[in-house]
Design a protein around this ligand. Structure first.
Ligand code: PLP
Length: 430
Protein backbone atom coordinates (compact mmCIF):
# COMPACT_ATOMS: atom_id res chain seq x y z
CA UNK A 1 0.00 0.00 0.00
CA UNK A 2 1.32 3.42 -0.95
CA UNK A 3 1.70 6.01 1.79
CA UNK A 4 0.37 8.83 -0.34
CA UNK A 5 -3.09 9.11 -1.85
CA UNK A 6 -3.15 8.76 -5.64
CA UNK A 7 -4.38 12.29 -6.21
CA UNK A 8 -1.25 13.88 -4.81
CA UNK A 9 0.78 12.62 -7.79
CA UNK A 10 -1.26 14.97 -9.99
CA UNK A 11 -0.30 18.11 -8.10
CA UNK A 12 2.39 20.09 -9.90
CA UNK A 13 4.70 22.63 -8.36
CA UNK A 14 6.50 25.90 -8.83
CA UNK A 15 10.04 25.10 -9.87
CA UNK A 16 11.26 28.46 -8.60
CA UNK A 17 11.35 26.76 -5.19
CA UNK A 18 13.33 23.76 -6.52
CA UNK A 19 15.91 26.09 -8.04
CA UNK A 20 16.72 27.20 -4.50
CA UNK A 21 18.23 23.71 -3.95
CA UNK A 22 20.42 24.13 -7.04
CA UNK A 23 21.53 27.53 -5.76
CA UNK A 24 22.47 26.03 -2.41
CA UNK A 25 24.47 23.35 -4.21
CA UNK A 26 26.25 26.01 -6.29
CA UNK A 27 27.15 27.86 -3.09
CA UNK A 28 28.54 24.64 -1.58
CA UNK A 29 30.56 24.04 -4.76
CA UNK A 30 31.94 27.57 -4.59
CA UNK A 31 30.18 28.75 -7.78
CA UNK A 32 29.34 32.45 -7.55
CA UNK A 33 25.90 32.91 -9.06
CA UNK A 34 24.28 36.02 -10.51
CA UNK A 35 20.58 35.63 -9.83
CA UNK A 36 18.20 36.52 -12.64
CA UNK A 37 15.61 34.07 -11.42
CA UNK A 38 13.82 36.06 -8.74
CA UNK A 39 10.06 36.43 -8.81
CA UNK A 40 9.77 39.30 -6.37
CA UNK A 41 10.67 42.98 -6.35
CA UNK A 42 14.15 43.75 -5.07
CA UNK A 43 12.58 46.74 -3.31
CA UNK A 44 11.53 46.58 0.33
CA UNK A 45 7.99 47.27 1.48
CA UNK A 46 7.39 51.00 1.94
CA UNK A 47 8.13 52.16 5.52
CA UNK A 48 4.67 53.75 5.52
CA UNK A 49 3.10 50.31 5.16
CA UNK A 50 5.51 48.70 7.63
CA UNK A 51 4.82 51.34 10.28
CA UNK A 52 1.09 50.74 10.00
CA UNK A 53 1.62 46.99 10.38
CA UNK A 54 3.74 47.51 13.49
CA UNK A 55 1.23 49.97 14.95
CA UNK A 56 -1.59 47.50 14.34
CA UNK A 57 0.30 44.74 16.14
CA UNK A 58 0.97 47.06 19.06
CA UNK A 59 -2.73 47.97 19.13
CA UNK A 60 -3.69 44.31 19.39
CA UNK A 61 -4.80 43.43 15.85
CA UNK A 62 -3.32 40.01 16.44
CA UNK A 63 -6.40 37.81 16.84
CA UNK A 64 -8.43 35.75 14.41
CA UNK A 65 -10.63 37.94 12.27
CA UNK A 66 -13.46 37.48 9.79
CA UNK A 67 -12.59 34.71 7.29
CA UNK A 68 -13.75 36.79 4.33
CA UNK A 69 -11.43 39.57 5.46
CA UNK A 70 -11.74 42.79 7.46
CA UNK A 71 -14.52 45.04 6.26
CA UNK A 72 -12.05 47.97 6.20
CA UNK A 73 -9.72 46.21 3.79
CA UNK A 74 -12.49 44.71 1.66
CA UNK A 75 -14.03 48.17 1.26
CA UNK A 76 -10.65 49.72 0.38
CA UNK A 77 -9.98 47.00 -2.19
CA UNK A 78 -13.48 47.32 -3.70
CA UNK A 79 -13.06 51.10 -3.96
CA UNK A 80 -9.63 50.79 -5.54
CA UNK A 81 -10.73 48.17 -8.08
CA UNK A 82 -13.91 50.11 -8.91
CA UNK A 83 -12.00 53.34 -9.52
CA UNK A 84 -9.14 51.84 -11.50
CA UNK A 85 -11.36 49.64 -13.71
CA UNK A 86 -14.28 51.99 -14.06
CA UNK A 87 -16.66 49.38 -12.69
CA UNK A 88 -18.75 49.09 -9.57
CA UNK A 89 -17.56 46.40 -7.20
CA UNK A 90 -19.57 45.41 -4.16
CA UNK A 91 -17.21 45.04 -1.17
CA UNK A 92 -19.10 41.95 -0.02
CA UNK A 93 -17.85 40.11 -3.08
CA UNK A 94 -14.22 40.67 -2.04
CA UNK A 95 -12.60 37.71 -0.29
CA UNK A 96 -9.19 38.35 1.22
CA UNK A 97 -6.65 35.56 0.75
CA UNK A 98 -3.07 34.97 1.76
CA UNK A 99 -1.54 36.26 -1.45
CA UNK A 100 -2.90 35.94 -4.96
CA UNK A 101 -1.99 32.27 -5.09
CA UNK A 102 -4.76 30.58 -3.03
CA UNK A 103 -7.62 31.81 -5.25
CA UNK A 104 -6.11 29.83 -8.15
CA UNK A 105 -6.69 26.53 -6.36
CA UNK A 106 -9.96 27.78 -4.89
CA UNK A 107 -11.30 28.60 -8.35
CA UNK A 108 -10.29 25.31 -9.93
CA UNK A 109 -11.74 23.35 -6.99
CA UNK A 110 -14.91 25.41 -6.90
CA UNK A 111 -15.75 25.53 -10.60
CA UNK A 112 -14.20 22.53 -12.39
CA UNK A 113 -15.45 18.96 -12.11
CA UNK A 114 -13.23 16.09 -13.23
CA UNK A 115 -13.33 16.08 -17.03
CA UNK A 116 -14.30 19.76 -17.34
CA UNK A 117 -11.93 21.77 -19.49
CA UNK A 118 -9.90 24.65 -18.17
CA UNK A 119 -8.09 26.98 -20.57
CA UNK A 120 -4.93 28.70 -19.35
CA UNK A 121 -1.99 30.54 -20.89
CA UNK A 122 1.14 28.57 -21.70
CA UNK A 123 3.75 29.72 -20.89
CA UNK A 124 1.96 30.83 -17.77
CA UNK A 125 2.08 30.76 -14.01
CA UNK A 126 2.63 27.05 -13.25
CA UNK A 127 0.11 26.89 -10.45
CA UNK A 128 -2.79 27.02 -12.93
CA UNK A 129 -1.75 23.75 -14.58
CA UNK A 130 -0.89 22.21 -11.22
CA UNK A 131 -4.40 22.65 -9.81
CA UNK A 132 -6.14 21.71 -13.04
CA UNK A 133 -4.41 18.33 -13.20
CA UNK A 134 -4.84 17.85 -9.45
CA UNK A 135 -8.63 18.01 -9.58
CA UNK A 136 -8.78 15.80 -12.68
CA UNK A 137 -10.01 18.56 -14.97
CA UNK A 138 -8.66 18.66 -18.50
CA UNK A 139 -5.84 21.17 -19.01
CA UNK A 140 -6.22 23.12 -22.25
CA UNK A 141 -3.13 25.26 -22.77
CA UNK A 142 -3.47 28.43 -24.81
CA UNK A 143 -0.07 28.76 -26.51
CA UNK A 144 1.61 32.17 -26.41
CA UNK A 145 4.58 33.12 -28.55
CA UNK A 146 7.04 35.96 -28.79
CA UNK A 147 5.95 36.48 -32.42
CA UNK A 148 3.04 38.57 -31.18
CA UNK A 149 4.57 39.76 -27.91
CA UNK A 150 2.92 36.90 -26.02
CA UNK A 151 -0.56 38.29 -26.54
CA UNK A 152 -3.32 36.14 -27.98
CA UNK A 153 -6.33 36.92 -30.04
CA UNK A 154 -9.97 35.98 -30.04
CA UNK A 155 -9.57 33.37 -32.81
CA UNK A 156 -6.87 31.52 -30.90
CA UNK A 157 -9.10 31.37 -27.85
CA UNK A 158 -12.23 30.49 -29.80
CA UNK A 159 -10.61 27.34 -31.20
CA UNK A 160 -10.11 26.03 -27.67
CA UNK A 161 -13.60 26.68 -26.31
CA UNK A 162 -15.89 23.63 -26.26
CA UNK A 163 -19.14 22.80 -24.46
CA UNK A 164 -16.92 21.35 -21.71
CA UNK A 165 -15.05 24.60 -21.04
CA UNK A 166 -15.69 25.72 -17.49
CA UNK A 167 -12.96 28.16 -16.58
CA UNK A 168 -10.63 30.41 -18.59
CA UNK A 169 -7.49 31.82 -16.97
CA UNK A 170 -5.99 34.99 -18.32
CA UNK A 171 -3.02 36.83 -16.87
CA UNK A 172 -2.07 40.34 -17.90
CA UNK A 173 0.58 41.61 -17.30
CA UNK A 174 1.95 38.12 -17.53
CA UNK A 175 4.36 36.02 -15.57
CA UNK A 176 6.59 34.77 -17.21
CA UNK A 177 6.40 36.71 -20.47
CA UNK A 178 5.75 40.32 -19.50
CA UNK A 179 3.07 40.33 -22.20
CA UNK A 180 0.20 42.78 -21.73
CA UNK A 181 -3.20 42.43 -23.37
CA UNK A 182 -4.50 45.70 -24.77
CA UNK A 183 -8.05 46.92 -24.37
CA UNK A 184 -8.71 45.97 -28.00
CA UNK A 185 -7.36 42.45 -27.37
CA UNK A 186 -9.59 42.13 -24.33
CA UNK A 187 -12.62 43.45 -26.16
CA UNK A 188 -12.36 40.81 -28.87
CA UNK A 189 -11.57 38.09 -26.32
CA UNK A 190 -14.63 39.17 -24.32
CA UNK A 191 -16.78 39.05 -27.48
CA UNK A 192 -15.81 35.43 -28.09
CA UNK A 193 -16.47 34.49 -24.48
CA UNK A 194 -19.87 36.15 -24.51
CA UNK A 195 -20.75 34.51 -27.81
CA UNK A 196 -19.42 31.00 -27.18
CA UNK A 197 -19.68 30.38 -23.43
CA UNK A 198 -22.87 29.88 -21.46
CA UNK A 199 -23.39 31.85 -18.26
CA UNK A 200 -21.88 29.19 -16.03
CA UNK A 201 -18.39 29.68 -17.49
CA UNK A 202 -16.03 31.87 -15.50
CA UNK A 203 -13.01 33.93 -16.49
CA UNK A 204 -10.20 34.08 -13.93
CA UNK A 205 -8.37 37.35 -14.45
CA UNK A 206 -5.02 37.25 -12.67
CA UNK A 207 -4.05 40.89 -12.29
CA UNK A 208 -1.32 40.58 -9.67
CA UNK A 209 1.13 42.57 -11.86
CA UNK A 210 -1.40 45.33 -12.60
CA UNK A 211 0.80 48.10 -11.17
CA UNK A 212 3.84 47.20 -13.23
CA UNK A 213 3.25 48.45 -16.77
CA UNK A 214 5.62 50.39 -19.03
CA UNK A 215 5.64 52.85 -21.94
CA UNK A 216 2.72 54.76 -20.48
CA UNK A 217 0.45 51.74 -20.91
CA UNK A 218 -2.54 51.60 -18.57
CA UNK A 219 -3.54 48.28 -17.08
CA UNK A 220 -6.85 47.06 -18.44
CA UNK A 221 -9.00 44.40 -16.82
CA UNK A 222 -11.34 42.19 -18.83
CA UNK A 223 -13.91 42.93 -16.11
CA UNK A 224 -14.07 46.52 -17.42
CA UNK A 225 -15.57 45.31 -20.66
CA UNK A 226 -19.32 45.38 -20.85
CA UNK A 227 -20.97 42.16 -19.81
CA UNK A 228 -17.80 40.69 -18.29
CA UNK A 229 -17.94 41.76 -14.62
CA UNK A 230 -20.66 39.18 -14.00
CA UNK A 231 -18.48 36.40 -15.46
CA UNK A 232 -15.10 37.37 -14.09
CA UNK A 233 -13.17 36.55 -10.95
CA UNK A 234 -10.76 39.46 -10.54
CA UNK A 235 -7.67 38.56 -8.55
CA UNK A 236 -5.03 40.96 -7.37
CA UNK A 237 -2.99 41.70 -4.29
CA UNK A 238 -0.06 43.46 -2.77
CA UNK A 239 2.85 41.07 -3.39
CA UNK A 240 4.28 42.56 -6.54
CA UNK A 241 3.02 46.14 -6.87
CA UNK A 242 3.61 47.06 -3.24
CA UNK A 243 6.66 44.81 -2.78
CA UNK A 244 4.86 42.84 -0.06
CA UNK A 245 5.53 39.22 -1.10
CA UNK A 246 6.25 38.01 2.42
CA UNK A 247 3.16 39.61 3.96
CA UNK A 248 0.86 37.27 2.00
CA UNK A 249 -1.96 39.59 1.05
CA UNK A 250 -4.23 39.15 -1.95
CA UNK A 251 -7.91 38.93 -2.77
CA UNK A 252 -10.47 37.61 -5.19
CA UNK A 253 -13.57 39.50 -6.29
CA UNK A 254 -16.30 37.05 -7.16
CA UNK A 255 -19.14 37.63 -9.61
CA UNK A 256 -21.83 36.85 -6.99
CA UNK A 257 -22.22 36.83 -3.20
CA UNK A 258 -22.91 33.08 -3.37
CA UNK A 259 -19.58 32.44 -5.06
CA UNK A 260 -17.88 34.73 -2.54
CA UNK A 261 -19.38 32.58 0.22
CA UNK A 262 -17.75 29.50 -1.33
CA UNK A 263 -14.35 31.21 -1.38
CA UNK A 264 -14.91 32.32 2.22
CA UNK A 265 -15.59 28.73 3.17
CA UNK A 266 -12.42 27.63 1.42
CA UNK A 267 -10.57 30.17 3.57
CA UNK A 268 -12.29 28.73 6.66
CA UNK A 269 -11.13 25.27 5.64
CA UNK A 270 -7.54 26.30 5.03
CA UNK A 271 -6.08 29.50 6.49
CA UNK A 272 -9.05 30.70 8.61
CA UNK A 273 -8.20 34.32 7.84
CA UNK A 274 -5.45 36.65 6.73
CA UNK A 275 -3.72 38.30 9.69
CA UNK A 276 -5.65 41.47 10.54
CA UNK A 277 -2.54 43.65 10.94
CA UNK A 278 -1.49 42.62 7.43
CA UNK A 279 -4.85 43.70 6.04
CA UNK A 280 -4.75 47.06 7.83
CA UNK A 281 -1.24 47.70 6.53
CA UNK A 282 -2.48 46.73 3.07
CA UNK A 283 -5.32 49.22 3.37
CA UNK A 284 -2.82 52.01 3.96
CA UNK A 285 -1.08 51.00 0.71
CA UNK A 286 -4.28 52.02 -1.08
CA UNK A 287 -5.08 55.05 1.03
CA UNK A 288 -1.78 56.89 1.45
CA UNK A 289 -0.84 58.73 -1.79
CA UNK A 290 2.85 58.67 -0.80
CA UNK A 291 2.83 54.91 -1.30
CA UNK A 292 1.62 55.41 -4.88
CA UNK A 293 4.68 57.61 -5.50
CA UNK A 294 6.99 54.88 -4.23
CA UNK A 295 5.30 52.35 -6.51
CA UNK A 296 5.82 54.72 -9.43
CA UNK A 297 9.55 54.98 -8.68
CA UNK A 298 9.88 51.21 -8.49
CA UNK A 299 8.12 50.77 -11.83
CA UNK A 300 10.38 53.39 -13.41
CA UNK A 301 13.40 51.43 -12.19
CA UNK A 302 12.04 48.22 -13.76
CA UNK A 303 11.41 50.07 -17.02
CA UNK A 304 14.95 51.47 -17.11
CA UNK A 305 16.39 48.01 -16.56
CA UNK A 306 14.18 46.54 -19.25
CA UNK A 307 15.33 49.23 -21.67
CA UNK A 308 18.91 48.14 -21.08
CA UNK A 309 18.38 44.40 -20.95
CA UNK A 310 16.24 43.73 -24.03
CA UNK A 311 18.65 45.22 -26.61
CA UNK A 312 21.60 43.61 -24.79
CA UNK A 313 19.94 40.19 -25.13
CA UNK A 314 19.06 40.81 -28.76
CA UNK A 315 22.75 41.47 -29.42
CA UNK A 316 23.56 37.87 -28.50
CA UNK A 317 23.76 35.49 -31.44
CA UNK A 318 20.93 32.94 -31.20
CA UNK A 319 18.77 34.92 -28.76
CA UNK A 320 15.65 36.90 -29.62
CA UNK A 321 13.87 38.86 -26.93
CA UNK A 322 10.46 40.51 -27.21
CA UNK A 323 9.92 43.82 -25.42
CA UNK A 324 7.76 43.19 -22.34
CA UNK A 325 5.12 45.79 -21.60
CA UNK A 326 4.71 44.88 -17.96
CA UNK A 327 5.70 42.74 -14.94
CA UNK A 328 9.43 42.38 -14.26
CA UNK A 329 10.37 39.49 -16.51
CA UNK A 330 11.98 38.99 -19.89
CA UNK A 331 11.26 35.82 -21.81
CA UNK A 332 13.88 35.48 -24.54
CA UNK A 333 13.65 32.84 -27.21
CA UNK A 334 16.91 30.86 -27.11
CA UNK A 335 16.29 28.41 -29.95
CA UNK A 336 19.23 29.76 -31.96
CA UNK A 337 21.56 29.47 -28.96
CA UNK A 338 20.36 25.91 -28.35
CA UNK A 339 21.21 25.04 -31.96
CA UNK A 340 24.59 26.79 -31.83
CA UNK A 341 25.56 24.95 -28.67
CA UNK A 342 24.42 21.55 -29.91
CA UNK A 343 21.77 21.36 -27.19
CA UNK A 344 19.00 20.04 -29.44
CA UNK A 345 21.18 17.12 -30.57
CA UNK A 346 22.42 16.39 -27.08
CA UNK A 347 18.85 16.43 -25.80
CA UNK A 348 17.61 14.03 -28.47
CA UNK A 349 20.28 11.55 -27.41
CA UNK A 350 19.53 11.59 -23.72
CA UNK A 351 18.16 8.24 -22.50
CA UNK A 352 15.86 9.98 -19.97
CA UNK A 353 14.10 13.07 -21.26
CA UNK A 354 10.99 13.31 -19.08
CA UNK A 355 12.32 15.73 -16.52
CA UNK A 356 14.34 17.92 -18.83
CA UNK A 357 14.14 19.87 -22.10
CA UNK A 358 16.59 21.80 -24.28
CA UNK A 359 15.89 25.02 -22.39
CA UNK A 360 16.37 23.15 -19.09
CA UNK A 361 19.78 22.01 -20.31
CA UNK A 362 20.62 25.61 -21.25
CA UNK A 363 19.40 26.80 -17.85
CA UNK A 364 21.48 24.25 -15.96
CA UNK A 365 24.57 24.74 -18.13
CA UNK A 366 24.35 28.51 -17.65
CA UNK A 367 23.93 27.99 -13.90
CA UNK A 368 26.59 25.40 -13.12
CA UNK A 369 29.19 26.41 -15.73
CA UNK A 370 28.65 30.15 -16.13
CA UNK A 371 27.14 31.16 -12.79
CA UNK A 372 23.87 32.73 -13.90
CA UNK A 373 20.47 31.62 -12.61
CA UNK A 374 17.47 31.73 -14.95
CA UNK A 375 14.26 29.69 -15.29
CA UNK A 376 13.52 27.25 -18.12
CA UNK A 377 10.38 27.18 -20.27
CA UNK A 378 9.12 24.01 -18.59
CA UNK A 379 8.81 25.91 -15.30
CA UNK A 380 5.82 27.70 -16.82
CA UNK A 381 3.59 24.84 -17.85
CA UNK A 382 4.77 21.41 -18.90
CA UNK A 383 1.99 20.58 -21.32
CA UNK A 384 2.77 21.84 -24.81
CA UNK A 385 6.23 23.03 -23.81
CA UNK A 386 8.03 20.62 -26.17
CA UNK A 387 9.95 22.36 -28.95
CA UNK A 388 9.57 25.66 -27.14
CA UNK A 389 12.92 27.14 -26.31
CA UNK A 390 12.74 30.05 -23.94
CA UNK A 391 14.13 31.09 -20.59
CA UNK A 392 12.78 33.59 -18.09
CA UNK A 393 15.00 36.32 -16.71
CA UNK A 394 13.94 38.58 -13.91
CA UNK A 395 14.81 42.27 -13.91
CA UNK A 396 13.84 42.57 -10.26
CA UNK A 397 17.48 43.08 -9.45
CA UNK A 398 19.89 46.01 -9.84
CA UNK A 399 21.28 47.09 -13.20
CA UNK A 400 24.85 46.00 -12.46
CA UNK A 401 23.65 42.48 -11.65
CA UNK A 402 21.56 42.42 -14.82
CA UNK A 403 24.58 43.53 -16.89
CA UNK A 404 26.78 40.84 -15.39
CA UNK A 405 24.05 38.21 -15.79
CA UNK A 406 23.56 39.00 -19.47
CA UNK A 407 27.33 38.88 -20.01
CA UNK A 408 27.33 35.39 -18.52
CA UNK A 409 24.39 34.31 -20.68
CA UNK A 410 26.34 35.51 -23.71
CA UNK A 411 29.40 33.56 -22.61
CA UNK A 412 27.27 30.46 -22.04
CA UNK A 413 25.62 30.74 -25.44
CA UNK A 414 29.05 30.83 -27.16
CA UNK A 415 30.69 28.05 -25.13
CA UNK A 416 30.20 25.00 -27.37
CA UNK A 417 33.16 23.14 -25.91
CA UNK A 418 32.00 23.83 -22.38
CA UNK A 419 28.57 22.46 -23.21
CA UNK A 420 30.09 19.24 -24.57
CA UNK A 421 31.95 18.79 -21.29
CA UNK A 422 28.80 19.54 -19.31
CA UNK A 423 26.95 16.78 -21.17
CA UNK A 424 29.88 14.39 -20.79
CA UNK A 425 29.83 14.92 -17.01
CA UNK A 426 26.28 13.56 -17.04
CA UNK A 427 24.79 15.58 -14.20
CA UNK A 428 22.57 18.58 -13.48
CA UNK A 429 20.34 17.88 -16.45
CA UNK A 430 17.26 19.13 -14.59
N1 PLP B 1 -0.20 34.95 -10.10
C1 PLP B 1 0.94 35.16 -10.79
C2 PLP B 1 0.84 35.35 -12.25
C3 PLP B 1 2.18 35.21 -10.14
O1 PLP B 1 3.29 35.41 -10.83
C4 PLP B 1 2.20 35.01 -8.75
C5 PLP B 1 3.49 35.00 -8.03
O2 PLP B 1 4.55 34.87 -8.57
C6 PLP B 1 1.00 34.80 -8.08
C7 PLP B 1 -0.17 34.78 -8.78
C8 PLP B 1 0.97 34.57 -6.61
O3 PLP B 1 1.18 35.75 -5.94
P1 PLP B 1 1.25 35.82 -4.36
O4 PLP B 1 2.68 35.82 -3.99
O5 PLP B 1 0.54 37.09 -4.02
O6 PLP B 1 0.53 34.64 -3.82
Amino acid sequence: MKIMADRIAHLGTEKAFKLADNLRECAALGIGVVKLNLGEPDFDTSPIICEEGIKQIADGATHYCAPAGLMTFRKAAAKYISETRNISVDWEKVIVTSGAKPPIGFAVMAYANPGDEVIYPSPGYPIYESWITYVGAKPVPLPLTDRNDFRFNADELEKLITPKTKLIFICSPSNPTGGVLTREDLESIADVIKRKCPNNVRVYSDEIYEHIVFDGVKHCSIASIEGMLEKTIIVSGHSKGFAMTGWRLGYAILPTIEEAEVFKNLNINTIACVAPFVQEAGRIAYENPLVALEVKKMVQAFEKRRNFAVPALNDIDGIRCAMPRGAFYLFPNIEGACKNLGILDAYSQLPERDQTSPSTLFQMFALYKHGVATMDRKSFGEIGAENEHYIRLSIATDLETIKEGIKRIKNASEDREGFKKFIAEGKHFY
